[in-house]
Write a protein that binds this ligand. Structure first.
Ligand SMILES: Nc1ncnc2c1ncn2[C@@H]1O[C@H](COP(=O)(O)OP(=O)(O)OP(=O)(O)O)[C@@H](O)[C@H]1O
Ligand SMILES: [Mg+2]
Length: 488
């Protein structure tokens, strides 16, 4: 065993003190001259600081000495807390032996850094500890971006080299039983906290491994919070709640990172607690609050290219599971056909998201997903199928100031000739921009007093609330009459 905490007397943990250079390294003497940094080594601030080259030199020396000294397999058997203590003790000892002069704050930071490297996700740890980050995007060892409050910004986080980065990627994906290397360079995984991870490694990623993490929000957003943040107005929130409750079939459409999954999660908040819900996702992100939920997740093929379970397999299987509602995390392929069929055959109130930039485009995306799935159906039949299944499309967008908005609540009405007819109920108009570059705008109803789902709302006793929300979401023009659907 190693380490005094385990009660061992011999051999000493630091096996080869003589091998460690007694004289301070050039880097260390450099560090001695740098004034002590303020003791703000809290995770949040750590990555903000620009580490000097010297810091990395000292870290590499200490790190290598540590690796020579400790038995990593023994360390892995310890609880994280005691392993950290072990490492701290040894690192302090190495610092002393090597005569590295550091302030307490620097030493603490170095210790924290090294613990993270050995036990966790290395330089990513401080970013992972932050709750305000939406995405972490690592583009090779030297460049890491984050998204905070809708804005993408660079950080000072860097990895020793691409090998260290690759090892961290490997550590992440191996937790879910996957592997990433040259022979299988693309991998999706999940962190233990639920964050969604994608790794694409060289040779496909030309400048080093690219790691993308969609951080899992511990405090899941709800419609009330979205309304407070201005994503939707209180009236719009009420309309969305009613849409969820009265079992409309809903598709949430939006671009990458526009907030589709978040809104889907919020909408599921309106589902009654006695309904049986089945969710199908590529990477389980939804956090439904109802008790009667079965969560399904797709599976990529194994190294031999076998055993893949696709979204379509899940959606088809869940039809045999007596679902009352089917929720598909993201519709992106031929499962669109099965979802539409399910929506059409008694599973009202099913929901899904899809990637598109407008409600109209969402319809054509659905169409092409079905056509590309090899279903030999005439376009008109596919369109009829869509209009017979989908009731509402909710469009979300991330605007250029980083804010996320529900930009349309749109009904699918039917067909006029060969064209699918849509009707906006609520829209977001951009009216300008303030001095700080923040987008100014307003949500307004389009003056539709009796949407197509009115009868449904009546059936569920929600029509009064719906009428009230629609009326108070109206915006009047100078003459006092409500602004109509300018987008029509
Ligand atoms: N209305 C909102 N206001 C502020 N932040 C939001 C809002 N909606 C989502 N977010 C944040 O934006 C990030 C992306 O959200 P989400 O995962 O829902 O997007 P998405 O459209 O599903 O992305 P993808 O296309 O990658 O699946 C998350 O960190 C989430 O917390
Ligand atoms: Mg999503």
């Amino acid at each position: 065993m190693f380490g005094k905490r385990t009660g061992d007397t011999a051999p000493r943990r630091v096996q080869k003190p003589a091998a460690l250079p007694a004289a301070p390294t050039a880097a260390a003497s450099e560090m001695r001259q740098t004034p002590p940094k303020p003791p703000s080594y809290a995770a949040q601030a750590a990555e903000q600081r620009r580490h000097s080259e010297e810091y990395y030199d000292v870290k590499t020396t200490v790190f290598n000495a540590l690796i020579d000294t400790i038995d990593l397999t023994q360390l892995a058997k310890l609880e994280i807390a005691s392993a950290r203590e072990e490492i701290r003790d040894i690192v302090s000892e190495i610092i002393q032996i090597k005569n590295v002069v550091m302030s307490i704050a620097e030493q603490e930071e170095l210790l924290e850094d090294i613990c993270n490297d050995v036990l966790g996700y290395g330089p990513l740890e401080p970013l992972l500890a932050r709750d305000d980050i939406a995405d972490i995007m690592v583009n090779g060892a030297n460049l890491t971006y984050i998204e905070v409050a809708g804005k993408v910004q660079p950080t000072n986080v860097r990895f020793a080299d691409n090998l260290q980065l690759m090892n961290i990627c490997q550590r992440i994906v191996s937790q879910v039983g996957r592997r990433v290397d040259e022979s299988s360079p693309i991998c999706d995984a999940r962190l233990p906290d639920g964050s969604r991870v994608n790794v694409i490694a060289p040779p496909l990623a030309i400048d080093g491994p690219a790691l993308t993490i969609r951080k899992f929000k511990r405090d899941r957003l709800n419609l009330a919070q979205l309304s407070k943040m201005g994503t939707i107005t209180p009236e719009g929130k009420t309309i969305l709640e009613i849409i969820g409750r009265v079992r409309c079939n809903v598709l949430i459409s939006g671009g990458t990172g526009s907030g589709k999954t978040t809104l889907l999660n919020c909408l599921t908040g309106s589902i009654a607690h006695d309904e049986r819900i089945i969710t199908c996702e590529d990477s389980a992100e939804l956090q439904l609050q109802q008790p009667h939920v079965v969560r399904l997740e797709t599976r990529p093929p194994n190294l031999e290219g076998e055993g893949e379970i696709k979204m379509r397999d899940l959606v088809r299987n869940c039809l045999r599971m007596r679902p009352e509602r089917i929720i598909v995390g993201e519709v992106r392929g031929p499962e669109a056909f099965d979802l539409l069929q399910a929506m059409n055959t008694g599973h009202d109130g099913s929901m899904g998201t899809l990637h598109s930039n407008s409600p109209r485009e969402a319809i054509s995306r659905l169409e092409s997903m079905i056509m590309m799935g090899g279903f030999q159906l005439p376009v008109r039949t596919i369109r009829e199928m869509i209009t017979g299944s989908v009731d509402i499309i909710v469009q979300v967008a991330r605007l250029r100031d980083g804010s996320r908005k529900v930009t349309h609540i749109t009904e699918v009405l039917g067909m006029e000739g060969d064209v699918v007819t849509l009707q906006n109920i609520l829209v977001y108009d951009i009216t300008g921009e303030d001095a700080n570059g923040r987008i100014l705008g307003r949500h307004r109803s389009t003056g539709i007093a009796r949407p197509r789902f009115w009868e449904r709302a009546q059936y569920f006793g929600e029509e009064g609330k719906l009428a009230e929300a629609l009326a108070s979401a109206e915006v009047l023009d100078e003459s006092g009459s409500p602004l109509g659907d300018l987008n029509a």
